[in-house]
Design a binder for this molecule. Sequence first.
Ligand code: HEC
Ligand code: HEC
Length: 141
Amino acid sequence: MNTSMAAMRLGLAAACLASAICAADEASLRGNALMDGSGPTPHKATLAVPGGFGRGWEKQPPMIPHPIDKYSIDLRQNGCLKCHSPATFEVAKAPKVGDSHFFDRDGVKLDHLAPRRYFCTQCHAPQTGAIPLVDNVFDGD
Ligand code: HEC
Ligand code: HEC
C-alpha cells in the first residue's frame, strides 16, 4: 500500500466515525432505528368515516373515507370506477367523480374520464387513525 492510499483509508475511517457520532446525536421522528433496521409497525387501519372528511380548502381532492386495499388500478381496470363512474355511481350509492375529471388539460370537455384523472390515488388518499408525528397547524379558512 503506498502512502497516499493509506492516507485515503485513514481519512475515510475518520469520516465514518464522525458521521456515526453525529447520527447518534440526532433524534429523528422514527427514533434511533437505522434505515435498514425494523422500526415500529406502521398503523394500518384505514378510517371509515360516514359522510366523508371535511375539506381543508375549496379545490382540495377529498380524502377517501373508506379502505381501498381491495381496489387496484392498472392498465386494464380501475377498481374505483366500479362505484364512482357516471355509469355506476347511482347503483353503488357513491359520489360521482368530480365534473372536473372530464376535462383535458386544455379545458376541453371529454365524453369520458380524462386520462390525467385515471390514477385516483395520485390525488385522493385514505387516512388512518395514527397519532400525528407533528402537530398540524394548517388553517384552510
Ligand atoms: C364498493 C364501492 C366503492 C369503491 C370500489 C370505491 N368507493 Fe369511494 N366511496 C364509496 C362510497 C359509498 C362513498 C361515500 C361514503 C360516505 O360518504 O359515507 C365513497 C367516497 C369516496 C370519496 C369521498 C368523496 C367526497 O366528496 O368526500 C373519495 C375521494 C373516494 N370515495 C375515492 C375512491 C377511490 C380513489 C377508490 C379506489 C381506490 C374508491 N373510492 C373506491 C364507494 C366506493
Ligand atoms: C389530478 C388529481 C385528481 C385525480 C387523478 C382524481 N381526482 Fe377526484 N378530485 C380531485 C379534486 C381536485 C376534486 C375536488 C374538485 C372537483 O370536484 O373536481 C376531486 C373530487 C372528487 C370526488 C368528489 C366529487 C364531488 O362532486 O364532490 C370524487 C368522488 C372523486 N374525485 C373521485 C375520483 C376517482 C374515483 C378518481 C379516479 C378515477 C379521481 N377522483 C381522480 C382531484 C383528482
